[in-house]
Design a protein around this ligand. Structure first.
Ligand code: AMP
Ligand code: GLY
Length: 433
């Protein structure tokens, strides 16, 4: 007998949500897919709903009316606003942590305290509500040092300071001038860690923690890690650095203690646990936690997932993850982001994207839309990160070649991308050989 299909709502409209919709659409258990608000690419697979991702009441009403069987939340904002609490109150199934659990991302002070209480390795730190005390701490500890706004600051609330004076200026900007608004009521001041970054994502149902494939993203805007930090200019999977030993260590020293620590606090955490890690001489230390899939890490790992994504997300929500084992393709994937000129600063929208028809013939990977919108027959740019092109191959060399072959087919005015996505993975494997 064919399984009963459930209608699904995906919340968000970026590349990560396109990847989620794309993978869910392959499941025999999924019926109609809705996405709010979606984008031009998502519109090919799902019905886009004109509701903002943070319109919690509107989304709840929609899910009740359409009898949505499972809602999957992409970005952090609706999670911190309590979309999961609201859906659960209304008896609706939804994948993601409650607002209490989402504090892990929404408050860096909360996250750091939790890490300290559970002996999870992380940079040493202080939490301050008084700018003078924060500055005194900086003078005591010295530079280099990192100043972080406590709350959500669209990925911009972290200032790496090479000199003490920069740190004191950052404290003034964040706490006195409130350049990130209320997110700067408190700051975390922490040790500067050197090493290699790794994104480690797992899903948890509050008890079991199931690791996903490893990935690494490229945060800086320009080649050779130059320029400002962005949400991510590309990603690849698997992460060369994540040996089985390191993965086991991350699970034992970080992921399981964090899941246990939340449970001890009577916070039921269901959803993605995403640890941003610095690997310092082989030892993992936590930089931050996110409560959602990484973007663009999601666009790199989902094309490698063989298992049914709907089954995984539903098992998480229904607290049935015990014994769950995921199957992954053994090859490599590389996602290259095509961004608007000026990103992560100001950028123009509404530029015509050409070449998407040629890409439809491409067999070497998947194209995920981020900031795009339909305008009659045309597709226009509508955001900082516009497209994510994921190449797939047996090796990183193949995946990179595929991704950039496809990138060569697309054009829009002011299109900007890095030309070295995934190269780090090749140099890392060459070093090991
Ligand atoms: P976060 O949002 O906390 O992950 O910080 C954004 C980026 O800042 C990270 O991906 C790192 O590149 C960098 N970063 C954050 N904390 C530290 C730290 N303690 N030492 C060095 N770099 C850091
Ligand atoms: N790529 C980093 C993030 O999703 O936060």
């Amino acid at each position: 007998m064919a399984p009963e299909r459930k209608d699904v709502l995906v919340v968000g409209g970026g590349g990560r949500e396109h990847a989620l919709v794309w993978k869910l659409a392959q499941s025999p258990r999924v019926g109609k897919i809705y996405c709010a608000p979606g984008n031009a690419g998502i519109g090919e697979l799902a019905e886009c709903v004109p509701l903002a991702a943070d319109d919690v009441k509107g989304l709840t009403r929609f899910a009740l009316e359409r009898k949505i069987g499972l809602t999957v939340v992409g970005p952090e904002l609706p999670l911190t606003l309590g979309i999961v609490d609201e859906f659960e109150l209304n008896g609706l199934k939804i994948f993601g942590p409650t607002s209490a659990a989402a504090q892990l991302e929404a408050s860096k002070a909360f996250a750091k305290e939790l890490l300290r209480q559970n002996n999870v390795p992380t940079a040493y730190f202080g939490v301050f509500t008084d700018p003078d005390e924060a500055s005194t701490y900086v003078r005591e500890v010295g530079a280099p040092i990192v100043v972080k706004a406590d709350g959500l600051a669209a990925g911009k609330g972290v200032v790496i300071c090479k000199r003490e004076a920069e740190a004191i200026e950052a404290i003034d900007e964040i706490m006195r001038a409130r350049c990130f608004g209320d997110a700067g009521r408190r700051v975390v001041v922490e040790e500067f860690l050197e090493g290699e970054e790794l994104s480690f994502m797992a899903v948890t149902d509050g008890s079991c923690v199931v690791p996903l494939a490893t990935s690494q993203d490229h945060k800086r805007a320009f080649d050779a890690d130059q320029g400002p930090n962005t949400g991510g200019m590309g990603a690849y999977s698997p992460a060369a650095i994540a040996s089985p030993e390191l993965t086991a260590r991350i699970m034992d020293e970080i992921m399981l203690p964090v899941a246990q620590g939340l449970k001890k606090k009577k916070i039921k955490y269901k959803g993605v646990l995403y640890a941003g890690l610095m690997i310092c001489e082989g030892r993992p230390k936590v930089l931050e936690f996110n409560v959602r899939f990484g973007d663009p890490e999601c666009q790199a790992i989902l094309p490698r997932l063989r298992s049914d994504l709907f089954d995984l997300l539903e098992a998480t929500v229904e607290e049935r993850l015990a014994g769950c084992a995921l199957q992954w393709d053994s090859g490599a994937s590389v996602c290259v982001i095509l961004a608007s000129e000026g990103y992560p600063g100001d950028y123009a929208r509404g530029r015509v994207i050409s070449g998407l028809e040629d890409l439809a013939e491409w067999k070497g990977g998947v194209v995920f839309h981020a900031g795009t919108k339909k305008d009659g027959d045309r597709v226009l740019t509508n955001g900082g990160r516009v497209l994510g092109v994921t190449g797939i191959g047996r090796s990183f060399r193949e995946a990179i070649e595929e991704a950039y072959r496809a990138v060569g087919l697309v054009k829009f005015k002011g299109m900007h991308f890095r030309t070295d996505i995934g190269q780090r993975a090749i140099s890392a494997s060459a070093e090991r050989e």
